[in-house]
Design a protein around this ligand. Structure first.
Ligand code: BES
Ligand code: ZN
Length: 456
């Protein structure tokens, strides 16, 4: 790569961090309607930033929800077209009292930048902007044609994105997608992610009576929705950690002997993992290692549950209602619609007639596995090697980026996931952070990536 690009990245690193801080100061929490204006301001900031780095054709595209930012630079005839996808929205910040510095006042401590969105995903999006800037500022052009799609609803399920993509197939036509929205396998271990889990998400409401009841006067005569919820949810997994929904595992692609060997050869210390999580003991589906459980096995989780009296002191009451949010992480080849149907049928069957049950399906998406022999994967590997001085490992992830399978289905193109987060980055949790060494290495790696992709 042109040494001017490399020098530019080195010489401007402090400015890049200052600019990233401005991006992080905008509280673009997509799930909370209170932040609607901030989310739009953030989209505008992204479009303006793209113009600043040299991509003039940048605009906001309205959706039924938050705007999508779209930009393109198509002046490399004969070269491949790369569609870069990321998200500018962030997760809510609660519990706020556990943050050591305010979530929207970026703070650097020991080489790490603390702020909501620093790793997921603003920092990783920004690193691409800066590598593109480095190319532009030094040669007046980019090595490949670039289309940029930055959405504002990823953290609440990308509800309007599939429609946008299917309405704009021609505009989004590209040879491949590049995404940086995943963590590395471990600190100092650059990683290319070739698999993600899918998701189906539900809210469940149970109503026992028209009002809360005195538990002395009425206890023993009516079903208690909190109790029913606990029992129903408890029975969704057996003591071996297997989900009990009939048919749940029917379409699960079994792990091959080769995959199991590959996962086992990665530097993963189970005891260290347990310790870092602060769990007294690990618990998961019997017969699988933690990496297998996260990467290649589906699961059922209770994300939250509320019912009855949880305040100070004691109150003798039978709650009228219980509510739970539950979700299932899926793996290839489970179909979210089919799993959603199996879950609903099962829950309706096992739920006693003593409570009224309402099931509301929320967002979700398909699991994904990449074609790892695609030349773009080798290009990403070379780019990483040049940026971090180390060959990357190929890993899967337990999280979900639903649009990746949409890109495969609607645009028929592969995605390359080259993320520089870390497993302890606290994504979705208090004190989210970004390692600034990885940010810098990521700018260099993605600058190489765009150049490597020119050759495929
Ligand atoms: N960056 C994550 C996806 C991710 C998380 C990839 C962990 C690999 C490991 C993304 O922003 C995210 O949180 N996605 C949601 C999707 C959901 C809202 C449909 C997720 O996985 O919960
Ligand atoms: Zn993300």
């Amino acid at each position: 790569m042109d040494s001017r690009v490399i020098n530019f990245i080195e010489q401007n690193k402090d400015r890049f961090v200052e600019e990233l801080k401005a991006f992080l100061r905008i509280p673009s929490i997509s799930t909370d309607p209170k932040y609607k204006k901030d989310v739009r301001d953030c989209a505008q900031y992204v479009a303006a930033e793209l113009k600043r780095i040299g991509i003039e054709d940048a605009r906001l595209c309205e959706t039924a929800g938050h705007p999508i930012v779209y930009a393109q630079w198509l002046q490399a005839p004969g070269r491949p077209t790369v569609l870069f996808y990321g998200h500018y929205d962030v997760q809510p910040v609660d519990p706020l009292n556990l943050w050591l510095s305010p979530p929207f006042e970026p703070d650097i401590r020991s080489g790490e930048l603390y702020a909501r969105g620093s790793a997921d995903d603003k920092g990783q999006v920004f690193m691409h902007f800066k590598s593109l800037e480095a190319h532009f500022k030094n040669s007046g052009k980019l090595p490949v044609n670039v289309k940029i799609l930055i959405e504002g609803e990823e953290e609440c399920g990308s509800l309007n994105l599939d429609k946008f993509i299917s309405d704009n197939k021609e505009m989004l036509k590209a040879d491949l997608v590049v995404i940086s929205d995943t963590p590395m396998f471990a600190r100092g271990v650059p990683s290319i992610c070739y698999g993600l889990r899918g998701l189906v998400y539900f809210q469940i409401d149970l109503t026992g009576t028209s009002t809360d009841l005195h538990s002395g006067s009425f206890g023993g005569t009516v079903a208690n929705p909190a109790y029913v919820a606990a029992r129903l949810l408890g029975e969704m997994k057996d003591p071996e950690g297997r989900v009990t929904i009939p048919g749940f595992y029917d379409d699960v692609k079994p792990l091959t002997g080769r995959e199991r060997q590959e996962y086992a050869s990665l530097p993963f210390d189970v005891e260290k993992y347990r310790r870092e999580l602060g769990a007294p003991e690990l618990w998961g589906e019997k017969g699988f290692t933690p990496l297998e459980q996260i990467w290649a096995r589906p699961t059922f989780e209770v994300n939250g549950i509320v019912s009855g009296f949880t305040g100070e002191g004691a109150k003798t009451v039978i709650p009228a209602r219980a509510m739970a949010k539950v979700s299932m992480r899926l793996v290839p080849d489970q179909d979210p619609d089919k799993i959603a149907r199996l879950f609903e049928e099962h829950l309706r069957k096992v739920c006693p007639k003593t409570v009224e049950l309402t099931i509301t399906r929320m967002h979700g998406g398909k699991a994904w596995l990449a074609p790892i022999d695609h030349p773009a994967m080798a290009a990403a590997s070379r780019a990483y090697q040049k940026g971090f001085g180390k060959k990357p490992v190929f890993v899967r992830e337990g999280g979900s980026i639903p649009v990746v399978s949409t890109f495969a289905e609607l645009l028929k193109i592969p995605s390359v996931l080259i993320g520089i987060g870390l497993p302890d980055e606290n994504a979705h949790a208090p004190n989210e952070k970004l390692d600034l060494g990885n940010f810098q290495g990521g700018i260099l790696s993605t600058a190489h990536l765009y150049e490597e992709l020119a050759q495929i």
